[in-house]
Write a protein that binds this ligand. Structure first.
Ligand SMILES: Cc1cc2nc3c(=O)[nH]c(=O)nc-3n(C[C@H](O)[C@H](O)[C@H](O)COP(=O)(O)O)c2cc1C
Ligand code: SF4
Length: 678
């Protein structure tokens, strides 16, 4: 029997949890028609297979029609959800894990132009900055209706075989009642703490009456909003005690902070560069004050911190939620004493930002997450050992090397630079984004275990490749900054990479023209402004840095606003001219009719990359597929069988930015989905 604190079972009322690690509520936005169908089930079951004690499926499953999902949540108000839930709970239970679901009414944290176009309701007219709807002030009949909706939804979940339900009470309707900032009601539901908590307790009572005692009920709530005038720590402790003393619930799931703005949400779910486990001590204080089962999650990404959270008695169950999106098999690897093999969560929050912007959560460096029906988390061995030669050791090349190694192939990688990493190595130059380098370090250590051979500082030529006598050649050479986009003066500008890498000295008065809208532009701005430059970021788009997305933007704004960087949208840099030791930038607009000038000493252009594809085109004529990738076979998950040149010597494929400028996830997905079938 293991003495690892993380692997000790935990008795939650009648439910025995097999260890101390849980996945907390998170809606990955995989529902189809609001139902947890095959894809959802496969995603959830993978984590149960990986050994987690309990998965809190969904996040914010909607109990009422006037709580329409803002991205893509489960619709717990529909009866047809019950059989879908049943299939999922049966499958999870078969793997030995417990499964619960988080239910909610979003209150003002949604929009009226979604779902059935019903007005949104809240205990005041104050709108939430993030979702923007002006709410209707809730009436008595709304309250009655929603209480019944909560009980109905909980009953459906019990009928579907769930072990319990959790209520979301931070930033949603229950908490909007509790917080003095969002509750302007008079009478029984407004005013004193008793009154503001009445809705929460009415919901709990309604659910308990319906589901009985042998069903786990918990609340995930903010015990300190960290907002002037909001629920403070003292009141939060009082709320915690009252929740326990009500006898209605079985555990507390502690949140600290508020989520009504992107910045607030990012403090609750911290992104890379922010401290690890920032609210763990606070959760520990609540556990000590209440002596009640306490759950908590907030950037506890590694096993050592999770172990500390349990061993120190701060919490009873520790959430490792994003960590399980990156690696669903954490517990299995702990049990097998393979902690080093756990793919690390790098806190990129690509997963979270994508639920809004892309409509589904994907992990920046595990392309199998959310694609369990087509992409493997564990790579199967190939029938025949092949020689696979890879050029480039950026994210695409290293993922290709890792996957080919797992397939059992003989793998050789050539890299022109001293070190692996490509663009990620540059990204990780920013202190705040240093965690990104784990994407590379983890792959290098996996490749080492798999016996992959690396040649650094080696510029691979066609001869070099041919002399290896490969069966398969993968070109993952990435790209170089593309700055030649002006009608005149291209030679006068530098790239964002030039600045980030330190190859070019920062100027004093700098214009960054950023129409790629990705991290590189903002990272360059941060470097420049930190070096003392006056910086303006200009974009022809309606908003700057659209590819960076909401939570990722927060740390940049916190830094750039302090450094007085200015942001100009809807203008386009057209040309640059030299004037003495200064530069004149000529600026127009896609909307027409304007022409402006700026006098500067440095102009930085961020416009993606141009593929570094010479070697690919040199090898193409001697390959047997002439570089072609069958999209049909790629999508169907079949081996590539295109032959366009029967005399060719090897199969040749190009992946990542060597094809076209995209992002890290795309590069890694290119590699996984191709190489898993090589
Ligand atoms: C894609 C995604 C969706 C989430 N949705 C919810 C949600 O609906 N309800 C909730 O309480 N928490 C939600 N969360 C927050 C997680 O439960 C967890 O608190 C957060 O990810 C911090 O824990 P971690 O650092 O272990 O990931 C979500 C997280 C992610 C990554
Ligand atoms: S995208 Fe980033 S934060 Fe999200 S699971 Fe993957 S590594 Fe973790």
């Amino acid at each position: 029997m293991s003495h690892d604190p993380l692997l000790q079972p935990y008795q939650l009322k009648h439910l025995t949890l097999r260890n101390r690690i849980i996945v907390t509520a998170h809606e990955p936005a995989y529902p189809e028609d609001g139902m947890p169908k095959e894809r959802y089930r496969a995603y959830t079951v993978e984590r149960a297979k990986g050994g987690v004690a309990m998965t809190m499926t969904a996040g914010s499953a909607a109990v009422s029609k006037d709580s329409p999902p803002v991205f893509n949540n489960l619709l717990a108000y529909k009866d047809e959800i019950v059989p879908w839930i049943r299939e999922m709970t049966d499958a999870v239970h078969e793997e030995g894990a417990a499964i619960m679901i988080q239910l909610t009414h979003l209150g003002r944290r949604t929009r009226w132009d979604k779902g059935e176009w019903l007005p949104v309701v809240a205990p005041s007219h104050h709108r939430e900055a993030s979702h923007r709807a002006f709410p209707k002030k809730i009436e008595d009949w709304d309250i009655e209706r929603i209480l019944k909706d909560f009980a109905d939804a909980a009953e459906r979940m019990k009928a579907g075989g769930m072990d319990g339900v959790e209520l979301e009470a931070y930033g949603h309707l229950i908490d909007q009642f509790a917080s003095p900032l969002t509750n302007e009601l008079d009478g029984p539901y407004g005013g004193s703490l008793d009154n503001r908590m009445r809705f929460c307790f009415d919901v709990l009572k309604a659910i308990r009456m319906r589901v009985g005692g042998d069903f786990i009920l918990g609340v995930r709530y903010t015990a300190d909003e960290c907002l002037p005038g909001g629920t403070g720590k003292e009141e939060g402790f009082e709320i915690s005690k009252r929740l326990k003393e009500s006898g209605l619930i079985d555990y507390l799931n502690v949140i600290r902070g508020h989520i009504d703005t992107d910045a607030g949400l990012t403090d609750v779910i911290p992104i890379q560069g922010m401290a690890n486990s920032p609210h763990l001590d606070f959760a520990g204080e609540i556990r000590a004050a209440t002596n009640f089962p306490t759950f908590h999650a907030a950037k506890i990404p590694d096993v050592a911190t999770a172990r500390h959270a349990i061993a120190s008695g701060k919490v009873d169950m520790v959430g490792m939620t994003r960590a399980h999106m990156t690696d669903p098999h954490i517990v299995r690897k702990i049990i097998e004493k393979r902690e080093d093999d756990i793919r690390p969560c790098v806190g990129a929050n690509y997963c979270l930002d994508r639920i809004y912007q892309g409509g589904a959560a994907y992990c920046i460096h595990n392309a199998a997450t959310g694609r369990e029906l087509t992409m493997p988390h564990t790579i199967a061995k190939a029938d025949r050992r092949k020689k696979v030669v890879i050029v480039g050791a950026g994210p695409a090349g290293l993922e290709a090397a890792r996957v080919a190694g797992e397939r059992g192939h003989d793998v050789v990688v050539f890299e022109a630079a001293n070190d692996p990493g490509g663009q990620i190595r540059l990204t990780a130059q920013s202190e705040r984004r240093r965690e990104m380098i784990s994407i590379i370090d983890w792959r290098m250590s996996q490749c080492e275990k798999l016996g992959v051979t690396f040649h650094f500082n080696t510029w691979a030529e066609a001869d070099t490749i041919e002399s290896e006598k490969p069966d398969v050649v993968i070109i993952a050479t990435g790209g170089l900054p593309h700055t030649e986009i002006l009608s005149e003066g291209n030679e006068l500008v530098v790239s964002a990479w030039d600045i980030i890498s330190g190859d070019v000295k920062p100027g004093n008065n700098v214009l960054i023209f950023d129409d790629a809208g990705d991290h590189a532009g903002l990272q360059a701005a941060e470097f420049l402004a930190n070096a003392g430059a006056k910086v303006e970021i200009m974009t022809p788009d309606r908003a700057f840095a659209p590819e960076v997305m909401a939570m990722n933007l927060v740390p940049y704004m916190r830094s750039l606003q302090k450094l007085d960087v200015t942001f100009t949208v809807t203008y386009r840099l057209e040309s640059v001219e030299k004037s003495g030791n200064q530069l004149i930038a000529y600026v127009g607009s896609d909307y027409g009719g304007v022409s402006k000038q700026r006098t500067l000493d440095q102009v930085v252009v961020n416009h993606g990359t141009i593929p570094l594809d010479e070697l690919y085109f040199e090898l193409k004529p001697i390959s047997n597929n002439l570089g072609e990738i069958s999209h049909d076979q790629l999508i169907a998950g079949e081996p590539q069988s295109v032959v366009r040149n029967p005399d060719g010597k090897f199969q040749l494929f190009r992946i990542g930015d060597a094809v076209a400028a995209r992002n890290t996830h795309a590069a890694i997905y290119d590699a996984l989905r191709l190489l898993k079938d090589v």
